[in-house]
Design a protein around this ligand. Structure first.
Ligand SMILES: Nc1nc2c(ncn2[C@@H]2O[C@H](COP(=O)(O)OP(=O)(O)O)[C@@H](O)[C@H]2O)c(=O)[nH]1
Ligand SMILES: *[C@@H]1O[C@H](CO)[C@@H](O)[C@H](O)[C@H]1NC(C)=O
Ligand SMILES: [Mg+2]
Length: 250
């Protein structure tokens, strides 16, 4: 396929960024998130690839992803689907195996994480040579939009309790918009045992234990417009259980 090169030149600095996009029922969101990623990577000139890990979404997300691959090219869009919903943690592990970049972005595909922040993550990482850069809703211009009070309180509360218990050295523990050196991400996911929301938290806590350096970039988080979130009463109970386990074992 003829690749559609933008007017921008690649920086050719040898760095490549793999973006892991886990999807479950994101048919409505995927075209826009991919378009925005292509736009912001294109404008900044960094080498990149987007890895879509779809878990057998019944809404036809994979078919949409196949169309996008035709539009943007197989070198830019990689499809690494799995047959059924196996969860986010293992979706990342699955995606990393196929990542060809020396840096890996992890972000949600539901447009809660805006690709416009990507150049800031990269700039931050390069400034400090950080092992990981975490997006934060709780510092600087960061913030949360579209959540009701209940959800804001849960998120804040979870962050606060964890700050007190584990002193992880990062301001946003449950967020999942992050940039990692690939080998750092590999070593972290290898060690992390938690599921659900605790997973993101454990990643930061373990990073601190292993003396990895952490940079932060303020981000605004916007709740999804299309589709459903997975936060329910069960998630909250399992979050608390996971947090206590983490506290007891680290
Ligand atoms: N591959 C895969 N992706 C998932 C799974 N569960 C959620 N996702 C994706 O992970 C991201 C975050 O999920 P979401 O439901 O928005 O979580 P929330 O924002 O914390 O409510 C989205 O891109 C989802 O499509 C899963 O089991 N497998
Ligand atoms: C991390 O740094 C501390 C303090 O310098 C040191 O005691 C500890 O052994 C280091 N841990 C690892 C895993 O390197
Ligand atoms: Mg979401």
């Amino acid at each position: 396929m003829a690749s559609r090169k933008g007017s921008q030149q690649s920086r050719g600095d040898g760095d490549k960024y793999s973006v892991l996009l886990p999807t479950y029922n994101e048919r409505e969101n995927l075209p826009l998130i991919v378009w925005l990623l292509v736009k912001y990577f294109g404008e900044s000139g960094y080498e990149y690839e987007i890895i879509v890990i779809d878990d057998g979404s019944p809404d036809g997300t994979l078919e949409v992803a196949e169309q996008l691959q035709k539009i943007y090219g197989k070198d830019k869009i990689l499809l690494r689907p799995r047959a059924k919903k196996l969860g986010l943690g293992t979706a990342y592990i699955h995606g990393i195996k196929h990542a060809r970049g020396n840096y890996v972005f992890i972000m949600d595909a539901d447009l809660s994480h805006h690709p416009k922040f990507i150049p800031e993550f990269i700039k931050k990482q390069r400034e400090g040579g950080y092992d990981l850069v975490s997006g934060t809703r709780y510092r600087g211009d960061g913030g949360v939009y579209g959540w009701d009070l209940r959800r804001k309180l849960i998120s804040r509360g979870a962050n606060y309790v964890t700050q007190v218990l584990l002193r992880p050295g990062a301001s946003d523990l449950t967020g999942s918009f992050r940039l990692y050196k690939k080998e750092v991400l590999e070593s972290l996911v290898e060690r992390c045992v938690s599921k659900g929301y605790v997973f993101q938290m454990e990643m930061i806590v373990r990073a601190r234990q292993l003396n990895y350096t952490i940079g932060e970039v303020p981000i605004s988080f916007v709740d999804r417009v299309y589709g459903e979130s997975k936060l329910g009463g069960n998630e909250i109970v399992s979050f608390l259980k996971g947090l206590l386990t983490l506290f007891a074992t680290t």
